[in-house]
Design a protein around this ligand. Sequence first.
Ligand SMILES: Cc1cc2nc3c(=O)[nH]c(=O)nc-3n(C[C@H](O)[C@H](O)[C@H](O)COP(=O)(O)O)c2cc1C
Length: 313
Amino acid sequence: MQYYTAPMEGLTDRIWRQAHQRWFGAPGAPARYYAPFLSPPENRVLIKKKMAELDPAANPGAPVIPQLLAKDGALAAWMVTELRRLGYTEVNLNFGCPSGTVTAKGKGAGMLRDPAKLEAFLDEFFSRTEGPVSVKTRLGVTRPEEFDAILDIYNRYPICELTIHPRVMRQLYRGEADRAAFAACLPRCRMPVCYNGDITTPAQLAALEAEHPALSGIMVGRGLIADPALLRQAVGGAPASKEELRGYLDELYHGYTALFGASSCAVSRMKAHWHYLICRFEGSEALEKQLRKAREGWEYEVVVNQIFTLPLK
Ligand SMILES: Cc1cc2nc3c(=O)[nH]c(=O)nc-3n(C[C@H](O)[C@H](O)[C@H](O)COP(=O)(O)O)c2cc1C
């Protein structure tokens, strides 16, 4: 069983990948770090700032898999060629993003609205590209039963791995991942399958592995931002110490400050991490409000120093 880190826009960028590797990279190193989605530019001119995320020089040691958010098969195939030029092999296609701005353009989980369009995309895409291509998908738009027809289509293409997040588009992240629907579709999947959704503890990881030993992988997102040592613990390693969390979060903060050129910009990125992580500190509720109000670097630093006086749960 392999463990992967989920692509998360605004969280699992190159700064995070390096900090996570350095502080929590082993044991239990993720086999793959899936990068947040990139949309292939319609004019076929790569955007330097976006591509900087995938510059191999900025991702040393990290097994990164780029992800594409596209609805034009020919354009997506062109982008795969560009990514392969950079040295990437596997590329992931995103048919799971539920965000309204994405699905309104017919991308992400919006691709699941019309199976005929999905099939036309995959036909065009796979007729123009070779090499490993994986897919990350939801079960459908409104009902999990839609996945029957969607899976029939996926089964016709050489998808190297199918990551299933068993929610439907309309659910966004509400409710629970539908484990029963996931289990029911597994016997019909012709490709290796990775599970993704709502895994937050090493015990949940172990239980899922025991229930589905034939999975090729398990992908973890929010659970890993909340507990960056989750995968280390899954292989019997130690939980994150306060010193490690401090080092990791300081590295993120300094990395974002250098990248954005201002600590105030780094603060907003750090708040996204703290949103998931702060609950690991005993009695952090009052400080959480203060952290939300922090705008300047110095305000952030004062609150973070206070948070680190609290015991870890
Ligand atoms: C803030 C945020 C950003 C995300 N960005 C992406 C993305 O760029 N590509 C993608 O396929 N999924 C994205 N996702 C979905 C996650 O990869 C994952 O499927 C989801 O969080 C469920 O897994 P989890 O319960 O382990 O977090 C994002 C989710 C969140 C909460």
